[in-house]
Design a protein around this ligand. Structure first.
Ligand code: NAP
Length: 266
């Protein structure tokens, strides 16, 4: 099933859920893999199965991306291994709890993983990709980045960051040969929900997508060169109108006079 060799994909949060499915699908597409997460047993089991089924080379890095040492090790790999052509920034945690029921130390850890680690890994990967004029980054964001009222606000805000960073990278890296994509899943059937304190079985089944379907659709979006991929959104025109309103605002967002509605202009 493997096709032409595509280089190596480094996938964070590859021990379960969406990341494990990316690993499987990318190996079948001809990528060698570097799988990153904390759970050694699950990573090794996945690496063994994928190697058997695809004959691709699969390496495992057991690292806690909330820990500076673990994060630095993955950054070093991204800087030094010129075979890496794809970074999938997937590791992330979330919760549904409101501010008054949330512990700020947990929120800081969430930001460290969803924002800081993703940013550091991106900064480690991009210079080599640009120098080689080849590479791609897939950032797993979330629909709550554009609907932060839905779950925990820090989680929503962390994913708004991921989407905004991806949009900025797309702009900065135009004409470098480096591609970026932000994937915005809605509710997806993975351990994410139980880890965050709300098992997925508690959600109405009509709003929950199978993780296989999510990843397969997201990869179709990647193949089509999409910058923003929202597999659960059927009415694409809603996103297109939202995005074109944002683009229309851009040239008007910085002026030397407050808008007339504030009544302060001399
Ligand atoms: P998941 O099954 O819980 O996977 C999360 C992955 O992140 C696991 O492999 C976990 O592995 C890894 N991880 C967690 N903390 C880590 C740490 N400190 N260091 C390294 N790895 C860590 O959930 P998922 O749904 O596949 O989540 C993947 C991404 O999708 C996340 O960014 C999430 O925000 C996003 N997303 C999910 C949904 C959804 O409904 N499921 C919706 C929108 C977006 P270890 O425990 O082995 O470290």
């Amino acid at each position: 099933m493997s096709r032409i060799h595509q280089g190596t994909a480094l996938v964070t949060g590859a021990s379960s859920g969406i990341g494990a499915l990316y690993a499987d699908r990318l190996a079948r597409r001809g990528y060698d893999l570097i799988l990153v997460a904390r759970n050694r047993e699950r990573l090794n089991a996945l690496a063994g199965r994928v190697t058997r089924e695809t004959q691709r080379v699969v390496e495992v890095i057991v690292a806690d991306l909330n820990d500076r040492t673990g994060l630095r090790e993955v950054e070093q790999t991204l800087r030094q291994d010129a075979s890496i052509t794809l970074l999938v920034n997937n590791a992330g945690v979330g919760t549904h709890t409101p501010l008054l029921e949330s512990n700020v130390d947990d929120m800081e850890r969430l930001i460290d993983l969803n924002v800081t680690a993703l940013t550091r890994l991106t900064y480690a990967a991009v210079p080599g990709f640009v120098a080689r004029a080849r590479g791609a980054i897939i950032n797993i964001s979330s629909v709550v980045g554009i609907a932060p009222e839905t779950l925990n606000g820090v989680y929503g805000a962390s994913k708004a960051y991921v989407t905004a960073l991806t949009q900025s990278l797309h702009h900065e890296l135009a004409d470098t040969g480096v591609r970026v994509q932000a994937v915005l899943p809605g509710a997806t059937a993975t351990d994410f929900w139980a880890t965050g304190g709300l098992p997925v079985e508690h959600l109405p089944s009509e709003i929950v997508m199978r993780a296989d379907d999510l990843v397969d659709a997201a990869l179709v979006g990647f193949d089509r060169g999409e910058l923003i991929t929202i597999p659960p959104l059927h009415a694409l025109d809603l996103w297109e109108r939202y995005e074109s309103a944002r683009q229309a605002m851009r040239p008007q967002l910085s002026t030397n006079v407050p808008a007339a509605r504030y009544g302060v202009t001399a």
